[in-house]
Write a protein that binds this ligand. Structure first.
Ligand SMILES: Cc1cc2nc3c(=O)[nH]c(=O)nc-3n(C[C@H](O)[C@H](O)[C@H](O)COP(=O)(O)O)c2cc1C
Length: 375
């Protein structure tokens, strides 16, 4: 019987589906619900030391729909990290671990460029019993104005330095969450691994402008008639996320064996998850998908992933993790392969060509006739 159970960086997960940091992990009540519905792990909404600096606006979401208006394809948000005080979060982390001792609870943390602040945040979360950390180096809106989030993640040097501060302070596994708003995702991934992080999470949202209202001429989402670029997520970002996960997986293969990836971006089905795992992910996160389909959706995703595994006779996630990486090559190599294939076909065709009337055969008659025709 195939199993979805997996151990990643020492964390024992019942399945690879992890709630991605965001609205689905905003407080004790919803996190507890996620555990009850069977999520493999939950990453809470990003916390910082001083929530009073976090001021959200609304509306803060905008959706891109399919032409028939029935499906949400893309989702933009200008939401900040958690606006709930850290003291409350610490109490809730403790209660959650009492209520769900087996549940893997991951704290997503973000701070300013200050070693003591990061160390304090790590220490307080560890005391509360969290199982591991995700470092939010990737929120593309609002926080960069305070030199946080993607402002750090866009610089491999700063990301590496801050990660090493965290590695000094933390005793639990650490994943650095990367921003896709960079030219080469390999660089921040390398910086995180070099600093000692056990894994990386990729991707956070893509910096975006959802659109412009052609009646009011105002860009969306509009707050008092104005907007600011936000973060794009949901199905539309999956191809970009897959490409980045593949690139990071290649770095791990060649330079940092044993490091892990938590793949994120547009996952809505178990089959999406299978694709991320085939490209090297150890776990798969879902954020917008939970906002679209609810917490119980994890059960359907588990069934879908198991059905994929059974079809291919894979017993464990390790049986197919990274399997499809071998099929990436350069464009020049694709050209060579195509040329070699055409040459082989021409050779086979030439072999079938009748050179004298005595060679015609009843069995191969159609093929022999075809070989003598110009294509
Ligand atoms: C409304 C909203 C709020 C988010 N807040 C956070 C956050 O606080 N911290 C974080 O690391 N990522 C945050 N994210 C990013 C998601 O965790 C995830 O990286 C991204 O949305 C792509 O995955 P998805 O397509 O499954 O949503 C947020 C995403 C959304 C849509």
């Amino acid at each position: 019987m195939a199993t979805l159970e997996t151990v990643v960086d020492g964390l024992k997960l019942p399945n690879p589906f992890v709630i991605g940091s965001g609205p689905p992990g905003t407080n004790l009540s919803v996190i507890s619900r996620a555990f009850r519905e069977g999520w493999g792990a939950v990453i809470a909404k990003t916390v910082s030391l001083d929530a009073s600096k976090v001021n959200n606006v609304s509306p803060r979401y905008a959706k891109l729909k399919s032409a028939d208006g029935k499906e949400v394809i893309g989702w933009e948000n200008i939401e900040l990290i958690s606006d709930r005080p850290l003291d409350i979060w610490i109490e809730e982390f403790k209660k959650l671990k009492d209520m769900h001792p087996e549940g893997i609870l991951i704290a997503s943390i973000m701070e300013e460029y200050n070693k003591d602040a990061w160390a304090e945040l790590v220490g307080r979360c560890e005391e509360a019993g969290v199982d591991s950390f995700e470092l939010n180096f990737s929120c593309p809106h609002g926080l960069p104005e305070r030199k946080m989030g993607a402002a750090m993640g866009e610089s491999p040097e700063i990301l590496g330095e801050v990660s090493s501060w965290v590695m000094e302070a933390a005793t639990k596994p650490v994943w650095a969450k990367l921003t896709p708003n960079v030219t080469h995702i390999e660089d921040p991934a390398r910086a995180a691994f070099k600093a000692g992080c056990q894994g990386v999470s990729a991707i956070n949202t893509i910096r975006s402008v959802m659109g412009v209202d052609l009646k009011t001429l105002r860009p969306e989402p509009t707050v008092e008639g104005f907007t600011t670029p936000g973060g794009y997520s949901s199905r539309a970002v999956k191809p970009i996320a897959l490409r980045m996960v593949m690139e990071i997986a290649k770095v791990i293969e060649k330079e940092y064996p044993g490091k892990t990836i938590s793949g994120i971006g547009g996952v809505e089905t178990g089959f999406d998850a299978a694709e991320f795992i085939l490209l090297g992910s150890d776990t798969v996160q879902v954020c917008t998908g939970v906002m679209k389909f609810g917490y119980a959706h994890v059960q359907k995703m588990c069934e879908e992933l198991l059905s994929f595994m059974e079809e291919h006779k894979f017993e464990t996630l390790a049986d197919f993790k990274g399997h499809s990486l071998q099929y990436f090559t350069t464009h020049a190599d694709l050209v060579e392969r195509r040329k070699a294939r055409k040459e082989a076909e021409a050779e086979a065709k030439a072999k079938k060509m009748v050179k004298a009337d005595g060679e015609w055969s009843g069995d191969d008659f159609v093929k022999q006739s075809d070989a003598l025709a110009r294509n």
